[in-house]
Ligand binder design. Structure first.
Ligand code: ATP
Ligand code: MG
Length: 725
C-alpha cells in the first residue's frame, strides 16, 4: 500500500544497476519494462503507472545495454510531458534518450534536412495564425467575428491533421459528422486562400511542420533511411490521442520495423475534436497480431474514494472508448470523500475554493501540490483574483516554460558570471555557502526573502527566482561540497532537459492541459451544465468527450478532490444554472440520468437507473438542502451557527495529532475535520451516541471510542497507544 503522497525528491538517488530500475514496478509494469523487442501495447486506466512503466522500460533497456540511448525516440503530446519524461529518465540514469513531442521531433528533423531536401532555410513559423485566417476570410468577402475566426481556424487545423486538402473539406467534414461553424464551401475557400497566403509570405504553420516532414520522408528515401538508422525504437505515451497525421509520421519513422511500444487509455481521449482518435490504440492488436498486450488496473495515484468516483463517471460513459474501460482498483489508503460544493455565483465559488485552498495549505499541503482545473481558459481569471486576494501563490499552466522565461535566462547569465569570477568578487567571496551565494546574486534581479505584494508580472518574476533559490538549496543539501560552478552545470543540464523546478504555487490549468499530471488536492470548478458538457458539445460523441474530460479531471487527484459549481454567473443574478449532468447519481442527493441513447455498452451503468435515490440531507440549523459531503457529515451548512464546544474541539484535535503521529498517518485517517467537529458538537456520552456520528464506523469506534468518550467527558484519554495499526 502507498501510505503517503509519492513526491519524488528533487535529486533522487540513481538506481545502481539495470535491475534496480525494475524495483518499484508491479509484475505487469515489469512485463512492459522488460519486453524490449517487438510491438508492445499497454491499455490501462488513469494513474496505473503507464508513464512510469514506459520510462522505466527505456531506462532498463538503456542501462542493460539492450537499447542504445541515441536510438530511442520517446514521443508524447505536450512539452511539459516531454520535459517531465526527460527528467525522469535522467533520474533513472538514462539521460541522452530523446523525449519529445511529435511536433518538436518533426521540427528538429525538418530544420536539419530542409537545406538538403528543399534548399535554403526552413520558412519561419507563422506568429499570428488567426490574423492570417482573418485576412483569407476577408479576401473571400467574409466578415467573421473573433469566435467564428477561432472556429474556422479549428476547422482548418482539423482538415490538416486529417490530411484533407481544401477541395475535399466539405465532403470530409460531412463524413466525420462535423458541424462546421460556417457553410462548408466557405470554409474550404478560406482554407485554400489561407494556404496561398502562407506560401506568398514564406511562412509555415504548426501543422505544416508535420505535413512537410511527412512529405520529405515519403519523397526522399535517402533521408528516410538516415532517420531510420538513427532511431530504431519508438515509445509513444498518451497514444489514445494520436492524430492521423502523427500516426502517418510514426509509420514513416518505423518503416517496416515493429519496435514500437504504445501506452494509452481510451477513456482519456480528449482531443477528438482536433482529429485525434483512439482507434490506433484499440486496433493495435489487429495491426500487430504478435504484439504483447498488457493491461494495468492497479491505481497507484488516487485514494479509494477518488477512484470510486472515477469509476462512477466512467460507468455512465457510452461509445467505443467506454467499451474498453477498465475498473480501477486503488492501491492507496483511504482519504477524505470527494466534496461537492454549490455556490450562488462565480465569485463566491472562487472565494470558497480559495478559502479551502488556504485551509489545505495551513494543514500542511504544499501549494505546489494543489490544482484548480477548469473547462476553458477564460474561467481562470476569477480564480487568479480570488487566490491573489487570499494571498495564495499560483501559476498558470500553459504559460512559458521555466528556463525560457526572460527573468530565468537573465538570472542564469548572472549566476554563470558569478561562478567565473569566484575569488575575484569580494562581495560574493564573503559568503560561504552556495544557497546564500545564489540568494546574493539573485537579489540584484529582484529576489527578496518575502514575496512582493499582490499578483501580476512582478510576483511571477519573484516566483521564478524563488524557484531557482529553492533549487540551489536542494542541490547543496544533496551535494554539500558543490560550488556555484557545479550548480550552473546542473542548471544548464536542466535547461537542456527542460526540467523546471516546481514553482511552489497552486496550479491553474484547463482540464486539457492537466492530462498526465497529478496533485495531492484537485478542485474541479465551474461544473455546470453548459460548461461541462460545454454548450457547443451537441452530438452524443461530443458529449461523451466532455464526460471523459471530467474523468481526466477526477483522476488527477491523489487525496483531496472538490467538485463545485455556481448557480449564476454574477452576484445577484438569476440562479438558472444546474450542476453538470455528469454528476447525477454520483453527487449526494442526486438521481442518475437515464442514458441519452440506446448506447453500445453492455448492460446499464452500475450507478444507473436502478440506483436508489437517497432523500436530500438538510441543514439542521437553516433547513437548506446540503450537497457538500463535508456539510452532510456535519448535518449543517458550514456557515450556519454551530453549537460546538471550541475547547473540546481543540482537545480532540490535539489528541488526533498525537494519534496520527503514533500511527505514522495523516490526521484525517484518524478522523476527518468534519467528523471531529460533529463529535465536538454532539459531545457524545456513550458509545451508542458516538456511533451515530457520520464517519465513526465500527473499526474507529473499537479503536478510538474509549479515548474520544474520555475526552468528551473532560477526562484524560486512557492512554490508547494506537494498538497494532
Ligand atoms: P495517466 O493515465 O494519468 O497518464 P499513468 O497511468 O501514466 O496516468 P503514472 O503517472 O505513471 O500513471 O503513475 C501514477 C502515479 O502512481 C505516479 O505518482 C507514479 O509514481 C505512481 N506509481 C505508478 N506505479 C507505481 C508502483 N508500482 N509503485 C508505486 N507507485 C507507483
Ligand atoms: Mg501518464
Amino acid at each position: 500500500m502507498v501510505t503517503a503522497a509519492t513526491h519524488s525528491p528533487a535529486f533522487p538517488p540513481v538506481a545502481e544497476t539495470a535491475d534496480d530500475v525494475l524495483l518499484g514496478l508491479d509484475p505487469e509494469q515489469r512485463e512492459v519494462a522488460t519486453t524490449l523487442r517487438g510491438p508492445v501495447c499497454v491499455l490501462a486506466g488513469a494513474g496505473t503507472g503507464k508513464t512510469r512503466a514506459i520510462t522505466h522500460r527505456i531506462a532498463y533497456g538503456v542501462r542493460a545495454g539492450i537499447l542504445p540511448p541515441a536510438g530511442v525516440l520517446a514521443v508524447t503530446f505536450t512539452n511539459r510531458a516531454a520535459g517531465e519524461m526527460r527528467g525522469r529518465l535522467r533520474a533513472l540514469g538514462a539521460a541522452g534518450v530523446q523525449a519529445r513531442t511529435f511536433h518538436s521531433a518533426a521540427l528538429r528533423q525538418l530544420q536539419y534536412f530542409w537545406p538538403r531536401a528543399v534548399g535554403g532555410e526552413l520558412p519561419r513559423l507563422v506568429e499570428r495564425k488567426i490574423q492570417l485566417v482573418a485576412e483569407a476570410a476577408a479576401r473571400c468577402g467574409l466578415r467573421l467575428d473573433r469566435n467564428e475566426l477561432r472556429d474556422v481556424t479549428g476547422e482548418i487545423e482539423w482538415a490538416k491533421v486529417t490530411q484533407t486538402v481544401p477541395v475535399d473539406y466539405a465532403a470530409a467534414a460531412l463524413k466525420a459528422h462535423r458541424e462546421p461553424p460556417r457553410d462548408a464551401a466557405e470554409i474550404s475557400q478560406v482554407y485554400g486562400l489561407y494556404e496561398q497566403l502562407k506560401r506568398d509570405r514564406m511562412v509555415i504553420d504548426f501543422e505544416d511542420v508535420l505535413l512537410l516532414t511527412v512529405g520529405i520522408l515519403q519523397d526522399r528515401q535517402d533521408i528516410a533511411e538516415q532517420i531510420r538508422t538513427q532511431y530504431q525504437h519508438f515509445v509513444v505515451d498518451e497514444y489514445q490521442d494520436v492524430s492521423p497525421l502523427q500516426q502517418r509520421l510514426l509509420d514513416l519513422w518505423l518503416g517496416d520495423r515493429d519496435s514500437l511500444c504504445v501506452v494509452g487509455d481510451a477513456s482519456q481521449t480528449i482531443y477528438s475534436f482536433t482529429g485525434a482518435t483512439p482507434d490506433h490504440l484499440l486496433d493495435f492488436r489487429n495491426r500487430y497480431p504478435q504484439a504483447t498486450l498488457v493491461k494495468l488496473v492497479r491505481d497507484y495515484r488516487s485514494t479509494p474514494q477518488v477512484v470510486h468516483l472515477a469509476n462512477g463517471v466512467l460507468a455512465q460513459a457510452r461509445g467505443r472508448a467506454a467499451e474498453h474501460r477498465l475498473e480501477l482498483v486503488s492501491q492507496r489508503d483511504g482519504g477524505p470523500d470527494p466534496a461537492y460544493a454549490e455556490y450562488p455565483d462565480e465569485p463566491a465559488e472562487a472565494e470558497g475554493v480559495a478559502r479551502r485552498i488556504r485551509d489545505l495549505i495551513d494543514a500542511g499541503v504544499p501549494a505546489g501540490e494543489i490544482a484548480v482545473l477548469f473547462r476553458i481558459n477564460a474561467q481562470s481569471e476569477v480564480y487568479e483574483q480570488a487566490l491573489a486576494d487570499a494571498g495564495v501563490p499560483y501559476q498558470l499552466r500553459g504559460a512559458e516554460r521555466f528556463f525560457e522565461r526572460q527573468e530565468v535566462r537573465k538570472a542564469l547569465v548572472s549566476l554563470r558570471g558569478a561562478a567565473h569570477s569566484r575569488g575575484n568578487d569580494p562581495l560574493l567571496d564573503a559568503v560561504v555557502d552556495l544557497a546564500s551565494q545564489v540568494r546574493a546574486v539573485l537579489s540584484a534581479h529582484g529576489w527578496s526573502p518575502q514575496p512582493p505584494a499582490g499578483s501580476g508580472a512582478v510576483r511571477d518574476q519573484w516566483e521564478s527566482l524563488a524557484a531557482l533559490v529553492r533549487l540551489a538549496e536542494d542541490f547543496s543539501r544533496a551535494k554539500p561540497a558543490a560550488g556555484l560552478g557545479d550548480l550552473v552545470v546542473e542548471l544548464d543540464e536542466r535547461a537542456a532537459a527542460q526540467h523546471a523546478p516546481t514553482v511552489q504555487g497552486v496550479t491553474l490549468a484547463s482540464l486539457h492541459a492537466a492530462k498526465g499530471l497529478e496533485w495531492d488536492a484537485v478542485f474541479l470548478v465551474g461544473l455546470t451544465d453548459g460548461m461541462l458538457p460545454i454548450t457547443y458539445a451537441k452530438t452524443d460523441d461530443q458529449v461523451e468527450e466532455e464526460r471523459r474530460l471530467l474523468y481526466v479531471g477526477v483522476t488527477r487527484a491523489r487525496i483531496h478532490l472538490t467538485l463545485s459549481w455556481a448557480l449564476s454567473r454574477a452576484p445577484g443574478g438569476r440562479s438558472s444554472r444546474r450542476p453538470s449532468r455528469f454528476l447525477n447519481g454520483l453527487r449526494p442527493g442526486s438521481a442518475a440520468t437515464a442514458p441519452r441513447t440506446g448506447g453500445s455498452a453492455a448492460g446499464g451503468p452500475p450507478g444507473g437507473r436502478s440506483r436508489t435515490r437517497r432523500g436530500p440531507v438538510r441543514c439542521r440549523v437553516c433547513g437548506k438542502t446540503l450537497t457538500d459531503a463535508g456539510e452532510m457529515k456535519l448535518m449543517r451548512c458550514e456557515d450556519c451557527p454551530s453549537d460546538m464546544d471550541e475547547g473540546l474541539y481543540d482537545r480532540l484535535r490535539e489528541w488526533r495529532a498525537e494519534q496520527a503521529r503514533q500511527l505514522g498517518q495523516p490526521a484525517f485517517c484518524v478522523f476527518t475535520d468534519k467528523t471531529l467537529m460533529a463529535i465536538a458538537e454532539a459531545a457524545p456520552g456513550d458509545p451508542g451516541e458516538l456511533a451515530m456520528i457520520s464517519g465513526v464506523g465500527r473499526r474507529k469506534l473499537d479503536r478510538f471510542g474509549t479515548d474520544v468518550l474520555a475526552i468528551c467527558a473532560g477526562q484524560e484519554p486512557g492512554g490508547s497507544d494506537g494498538d497494532d495499526a
